[in-house]
Design a protein. Structure first.
Length: 469
């Protein structure tokens, strides 16, 4: 299947060629034809699957078929966060570069006047977060009565963030007859209810099974006491020579503290979260993308929808409270076919959060004990371990017995040894990962050659773990 075969306009095809896209991703191949046919579509796709182009390309194509002289919004794309709105708007502009269509982005946290001026100048496509869009509607600075196509992007997150009432208010301002496209990474009963109320005879398109992690992401769990997470993260980044790492923390304060700590350790880092101004967040993202900042520490909401090409490493410094957030987080890496690594630092307090994540993923995530960080006492000095940990861990290995299987389905033809590990290098002896692990020999998985300058704090076999990059 090629983009030409999908029937897209030549102007769009040349924009895609310039962007270097050769073939449509599965969600694009499935969603573009019914959207071009005018159907409502319910798309099950995580970020990283190419879903933005899946709705943006046919949307641009269709808008060119209807009257575009008037410059009143004929397409409305709603997103849960400012970052996602900005990115979708960027995509609209990129794909529509050869078309006489105008788009504008509307979100809170910045002045309303420039947005009003842009709307006054005339727009065909509005990409907006619900709250600020309603502010404009209330001030009558935008007229939504000509909207022909509505897109709800990351609808599950919009519901999580409590936007349901705002969405309903916006829907009431739109023409009754229109095309509706709803994209969501998960299909909860709440999403189905929302979809039932909006979509008419929708075509269901789905590329990734519900709630599964992107196939190209390798996931690892590293048990570590919470007081030593910072130190372990620093080691992973420096010894592993990780160049671009997105680190998730549960709180804004946690994101700030971690960024400060890493900067003191000469690892350039910035925090992004809801308390930062939009400009600060945009600047941080730009510096991170440009490689000036090595680590971005972020809360879930701030990082939602971030599009960073080929982001190699995602770290769950704290596990998320909601299992679906784990899927969203690791969706930041392994995007559009590139391999990525998602690492979770698990203290005793995170263990109750890990099980629901594994249930959602329908697999166990491989765990690895790290010399110097691995003992049950270190993870939990009060020894309040969940029963299975102490029972299964004959060796004192807190996570013994778990995580022997890979957490991600292998791509066909790929073996463990051919896949990258957290180092980006091949595993030497993948088969041994099924063996129980002992505390002093932290992993049954043989490692790539050691980095002699990097030694664990205590115990273990120095080179074995730290050679892993
Ligand atoms: P999305 O899921 O929309 O956030 O897209 C994820 C990433 O995939 C973005 O960086 C896109 O630029 C990229 N992408 C989207 N479609 C394609 C394609 N057909 N070929 C290659 N890369 C793509």
């Amino acid at each position: 299947m090629t983009f030409e075969q999908l029937g897209l306009r030549p102007e769009l095809l040349s924009a895609l060629t310039a962007k270097g896209y050769e073939i449509p991703t599965p969600i694009q191949a499935q969603a573009i034809p019914p959207i071009l046919d005018g159907s409502d579509v319910m798309g099950g796709a995580q970020t990283g699957t190419g879903k933005t182009a899946a709705f943006t390309l046919p949307l641009l194509h269709l808008l060119m078929n209807s009257n575009h002289a008037e410059k009143r919004p004929r397409a409305l794309i709603l997103t849960p966060t400012r970052e996602l709105a900005a990115q979708v708007d960027e995509s609209v502009k990129t794909y529509g570069v050869h078309l006489p269509l105008k788009s504008s982005v509307i979100f809170g946290g910045v002045g309303m006047e420039p947005q009003k001026a842009a709307i006054r100048r005339g727009v065909d496509i509005v990409v907006a977060t619900p709250g600020r869009l309603l502010d404009h509607c209330n001030q009558k600075t935008i007229d939504l009565s000509r909207v022909e196509i509505l897109v709800l992007d990351e609808a599950d997150r919009m519901l999580d963030m409590g936007f349901i009432h705002d969405i309903k208010r916006i829907l009431a301002l739109l023409p009754k007859v229109r095309q509706n496209l709803l994209f969501s990474a998960t299909f909860s009963p709440a999403i189905k209810k929302l979809a039932d109320g909006i979509l008419r005879n929708p075509t269901l398109v789905e590329t990734v099974r519900h709630n599964t992690a992107a196939e190209t992401v390798e996931q690892m769990v590293y048990p570590v006491h919470k007081t030593r997470k910072k130190d372990l993260l620093k080691q992973l980044i420096t010894v592993g020579e990780w160049k671009q790492v997105l680190v998730f923390t549960r709180t804004k304060g946690g994101a700030n503290q971690l960024a400060t700590y890493l900067n003191k350790a000469n690892i350039p880092a910035l925090a992004i979260h809801g308390n930062k101004s939009q400009n600060a967040r945009t600047k941080a993202l730009a510096e991170f993308k440009a490689g000036e900042i090595r680590v971005l520490t972020a809360t879930d909401i701030a990082a939602r929808g971030l599009d960073i090409d080929k982001l190699p490493h995602v770290v769950n410094y704290d596990l998320p409270n909601v299992p679906e957030d784990y899927v969203h987080r690791i969706g930041r890496t392994g995007r559009a076919g590139s391999e990525g690594v998602a690492v979770s630092l698990i203290g005793a307090e995170d263990v109750p959060l890990l099980r629901p994540i594994e249930r959602l993923l329908k697999c166990k995530i491989e765990s690895e004990l790290i010399p110097g960080y691995q003992s049950a006492k270190e993870i939990d000095p009060d020894s309040q371990l969940p029963p299975r940990a102490s029972r299964t861990a004959g060796s004192g290995n807190y996570f013994a017995g778990r995580g022997s299987s890979r957490s991600t389905p292998k791509k066909s033809g790929a073996t463990s040894s051919s896949r990258g590990n957290a180092t980006g290098k091949p595993r030497v002896d993948p088969s041994s990962s099924n063996k129980p692990r002992s505390e002093s020999k932290p992993s049954g998985t043989a490692r790539t050659p050691s980095n002699s300058s990097a030694k664990p704090k205590s115990g273990g076999e120095p080179g074995k773990f730290w050679g892993r990059r």
